[in-house]
Ligand binder design. Structure first.
Ligand code: ASP
Length: 327
């Protein structure tokens, strides 16, 4: 069947005051050793951004947005600047953010001229009257321009690393169409970023941001902007997912994880179970099981991560403890 059994780790909350906490991910895939240091540095920067907000009594939404914006701007991940290119050679970004207490969310799909989609998604979350929460393409960019966001040329979001990758993959395109080596393959860059945060008031938030999958057709929509799929937050738990987007969507990965914890499940066990269910129920054409990674925080500030790929870039901090990062 392929893929590996998910591994997980529980993150225990320190003390009993239910203080602030944050978990981050920067994608689950076979991250090459040469990129580990850059991932760790960018994760630590992002953790510092979220921690700065939470230690000043800031809200979970602000912390999640700050961490994700930091990772989007780093050029290290498949999000914001540095996102992988679609078939047409363009960066095309999806992102969503959600407040656990109100269940309000905001999301953007297919934006090409915004370096920090999470800040636009956050703006939509705050300003929507509930009649429009996921905005796509030019419509999203028009709202951005009308509300003071800077629109940049798509070129400014394209890094040299991704330009090179795109031209190499283009040469293998015939192969791509016959064998689909990219679907559910852990070798494909899947550096989607995500954050779950809990503030001192006990509010939870989740955010996920991605440049999608390499060589996808223009206009393809993955899981990362869809609540319940790539992210979800309730009063009880917040979750962000990464991995093969089509499988994550069909598996309702983030929503099922939150549901599992609400039903009394132990976070690390719930995450492993939903990943394993995806791996055994959805396969690519080569028979490989769908893989991915998850982070989750509950209302007490306890959390977990889990992944069924060789690596997941991840980091965390909770009040009274030291921050950590790992690949
Ligand atoms: N889930 C993302 C997508 O399919 C990719 C990833 O997580 O790296 O767009």
């Amino acid at each position: 069947m392929g893929g590996r059994m998910p591994v997980s780790e529980a993150i225990e909350k320190p003390g009993t005051d239910g203080g602030a906490a944050v978990l981050l991910h920067g994608g689950a895939w076979d991250i090459p050793p040469g990129q580990h240091e850059a991932h760790l540095l960018a994760l630590r920067d992002a953790l510092g951004s979220a921690r700065g907000v939470l230690e000043k009594d800031g809200g979970a939404l602000d912390a999640a947005a700050a961490a994700v914006a930091s990772m989007e701007s780093s050029g290290t991940f498949d999000a914001g600047r540095g996102g992988v290119l679609n078939l047409d050679g363009e960066v095309e970004l999806d992102c969503g953010i959600m407040c656990g207490r109100s269940l309000d969310y905001g999301a953007v799909v297919g934006v090409k001229r915004i370096e920090n989609p999470v800040l636009l998604a956050r703006f939509i979350l705050e300003s929507s009257d509930g009649s429009a929460r996921i905005l796509s393409c030019e419509g999203a960019e028009r709202i951005a321009a009308e509300n003071g966001f800077t629109l940049v040329a798509n070129d400014k979001l394209v890094t040299e690393r991704e330009r090179v990758r795109h031209s190499e993959l283009r040469q293998r395109l015939a192969d791509y169409h016959t064998s689909h080596p990219f679907l559910a393959s852990d070798n494909v860059p899947r550096g989607t970023v995500g954050c779950v945060a809990r503030d001192r008031g006990g509010r939870l938030a989740a955010a996920t941001s991605t440049g999608g999958t390499p060589m996808r057709p223009a206009g393809r929509v993955g899981d990362s902007a869809l609540p319940g799929a790539g992210y979800y937050a309730s009063g009880s738990a917040a979750c962000s997912a990464t991995g093969w987007g089509e499988a994550i969507t069909a598996s309702l990965l983030a929503g099922r994880s939150v549901d599992g914890v609400e039903a009394g499940g132990v976070p690390a066990e719930v995450l492993c179970a939903v990943l394993e269910r995806m791996r055994t129920s959805i396969r690519n054409r080569d028979g490989r099981g769908a893989t991915g990674g998850l982070i989750l925080l509950d209302f007490e500030g306890s959390g977990a991560f889990a992944f069924s790929t060789p690596h997941m870039a991840r980091a965390g901090w909770s009040e009274g403890g030291e921050g950590w990062a790992a690949v």
